[in-house]
Write a protein that binds this ligand. Structure first.
Ligand code: ADP
Ligand code: MG
Length: 592
């Protein structure tokens, strides 16, 4: 049997270098990552076995075993999941498959070089998967056999985490994978049952398959003066709760457990802003546990960015990133949906067509919007005393929500806006959740409702302007007359605003009007004298206008006398119903 040496893909070599040279504030995540791979491998087996029960061979009970050997200084994580063929080991352990990883790497090593401790933090946040083993090990051996292959086609993969790895064929009767970590000198603390159990409890309690460790018992020294020690008994016990968190009753789950579960499914390092856990009964039955993260991932704007919701059917994992369950504008939501009605062999294509899936999706969208509305409602608590002198008492729970909506909006507001164009059924609810800067405040904190409440007597439209930056918006000559009259104008500076606003013609019965489009009709806000002056001016300037029109005939559609300017002599506007300048520029950039 021959041994082959392979080189790592360049990115892997770079990543390994980082893993082994960064400081670790949370070394222990290696166990979370390896157990989660073991659990994924069992999920994959269960899924493939739906069509081929023979894959279970004679071991239908899926499990993960964690063992350690104090003498050999190794920790071994073994699963009886799908396993890997030789080719799969080469492909999956020698290259980076995850699309976001390259971007992540460039953040670590790019222009703004992160310090070693920042790198450690980032790695913790991101989770480097299998390679996190090298945080504690200076050599990793993986032995595996893929389900369905004969015992003679096992594989041993081994690497010291530098430039290359070796693979050879081995005899391996047991299906599945063992990952053997040869610990570094400074990682001796992990050769301890108590410590390992503690980490498993922290990260892997919710994993739905049992994680087993060998029981130990205390043995007194045999001869006089010989110290006693813990010895292995040969009996294995389950050390995690092994029940999927979302299947447990809400009352029995602590906030900390919810947060830990979030961290495991999202690889996020921070706690989520909020979550919602419900069992939905009725036409279609399902459980949803949905989280709103506190920070946007760096690949939020990546077009292929996958949705963050995992689909389970009757507690069997079916797929990650089930885009059919969450619209793209809610792609930041993380969580789990577990359906009781879908068939286990449901495919992505089938999901798109299923009526149950549509109901689940509608229900989940409503749930997310409700979570956001709740955060928005409690974002600011002004101590308010009503007419009868009764002061609002804010509950601790509500107080904890203070400022969270602002935080959410800073991170994800621009994504939420896409919903105006994507989700017609919920357009009103989404519009209520939007916040903008305006001529009266620089922070994106003005809702359409706030704006309406401040509208001037006789004002008939919600005025807004779109621009590349806040400064450009604020200094636009198109705002002059509004400033003069003290009319608030919403300042929209997100790239998506222009497109999104196309889908929103009014808010709560009040039309939205761009100040950069057509002849702004100030309606009742304009007094008679002003109107008259404008008409007179138009008359008086007729010859000038005619000459300007002639001179600009290839460049401008029309030249008009306007009341919108106060200090500037002229400004450009777009025809009513025409494409705005901002949008035109965007399209031009995109090469249209
Ligand atoms: P991810 O789990 O996000 O795909 P990892 O770096 O953790 O990334 O693992 C890389 C790949 O290696 C996995 O996608 C899988 O194909 C393979 N792999 C890792 N551990 C196992 C295992 N215990 N059993 C089978 N395949 C595994
Ligand atoms: Mg993984």
């Amino acid at each position: 049997m021959s041994k082959h040496t392979h080189s790592f893909q360049a990115e892997v070599a770079q990543l390994l270098h980082l893993v082994t040279h960064s400081l670790y504030s949370n070394k222990e995540i290696f166990l979370r990552e390896l157990i989660s791979n073991a659990s994924d491998a069992c999920d994959k087996l269960r899924f493939e076995a739906l069509n081929d029960a023979a894959l279970y061979e004679d071991a239908p009970n899926l499990e993960v075993r964690v063992a350690f050997d104090t003498e050999a200084r190794t920790i071994t994580i073994t699963d009886n999941g799908i396993g890997m063929s030789e080719q799969e080991a080469v492909d999956h352990l020698g290259t980076i498959a995850k699309s976001g990883t390259k971007e992540f790497m460039s953040r670590l090593t790019g222009d703004q070089k992160a310090t070693a401790s920042e790198q450690g933090q980032l790695i913790g946040q991101f989770g480097v998967g299998f390679y996190s083993g090298f945080i504690v090990a200076d050599r990793i051996t993986v032995e595996s056999r893929r389900a369905g292959l004969p015992a003679g086609q096992g594989v041993r993969w081994t690497s010291g985490g530098a430039g290359d790895f070796e693979v050879e064929q081995i005899e391996r009767p047991a299906r599945g994978t063992s990952v053997i970590l040869h610990l570094r000198d400074d990682a001796g603390d992990y050769l301890n049952a108590w410590k390992l159990k503690q980490i498993i409890g922290k990260y892997s309690d919710h994993i739905s398959l049992p994680i087993l460790m060998e029981k130990e018992e205390w043995k007194e020294g045999e001869k006089e003066g010989e110290p006693g020690q813990m010895v292995k008994t040969g009996e294995w016990e389950t050390v995690n709760k092994a029940s999927a968190l979302w299947t447990r009753p809400k009352k029995e789950i602590t906030a900390e457990q919810y947060q830990d579960f979030y961290k495991t499914i999202s690889h996020d390092f921070e706690n989520p802003l909020t979550w919602s856990h419900n069992r939905v009964e009725g036409n279609t039955e399902y459980t949803q546990l949905l989280y709103i993260p506190a920070k946007a991932p760096f690949d939020l704007w990546n077009r292929d960015k996958k949705a963050g919701v995992k689909l389970y059917v009757k507690r069997v994992f079916i797929m990650d990133d089930a885009e059919a369950l969450m619209p793209s504008y809610l792609r930041f939501v993380k969580g789990v949906i577990d359906s009781n009605d879908l068939p286990l062999n449901v495919s992505r294509e089938l999901l798109q067509e299923s009526r149950d899936v549509r109901l689940i999706r509608d229900g989940s969208v409503k749930r997310v919007l409700a979570m956001l509305e709740d955060l928005a409602k409690h974002d600011r608590h002004e101590a308010s005393t009503d007419a009868e002198g009764v002061t609002d008492v804010v509950s601790e729970e509500d107080k904890a929500k203070e400022g969270k909506y602002t935080q959410f909006y800073t991170e994800f507001g621009a994504v939420l806006k896409e919903g105006l164009g994507e989700d017609f059924a919920n357009r009103e609810r989404i519009a209520k959740l939007l916040r903008f800067a305006s001529t009266s405040t620089d922070s994106a904190s003005v809702s359409f409702a706030d704006y309406k409440a401040r509208m001037k007597e006789g004002q008939e439209a919600i005025y807004y302007i779109t621009a590349d930056t806040l400064a450009a918006a604020k200094n636009s000559p198109q705002l002059e007359v509004f400033k003069k009259k003290g009319i608030e104008v919403l300042l929209m500076t997100d790239r998506v605003d222009e497109w999104a606003l196309n889908f929103l013609h009014d808010f709560d019965g009040t039309p939205l009007q761009s100040v950069a489009k057509g002849a702004v009709d100030l309606g009742k806000l304009q007094d008679e004298a002003e109107k008259k002056a404008a008409e007179e001016a138009a008359e008086q300037f007729k010859p000038v206008l005619a000459r300007l029109k002639e001179a600009l005939k290839d460049k401008a559609e029309d030249v008009r006398v306007t009341t919108r300017l106060v200090d500037s002599p002229a400004c450009l506007v777009v025809q009513d119903g025409g494409m705005s300048m901002q949008l035109a520029r965007l399209l031009k950039q995109a090469g249209q």
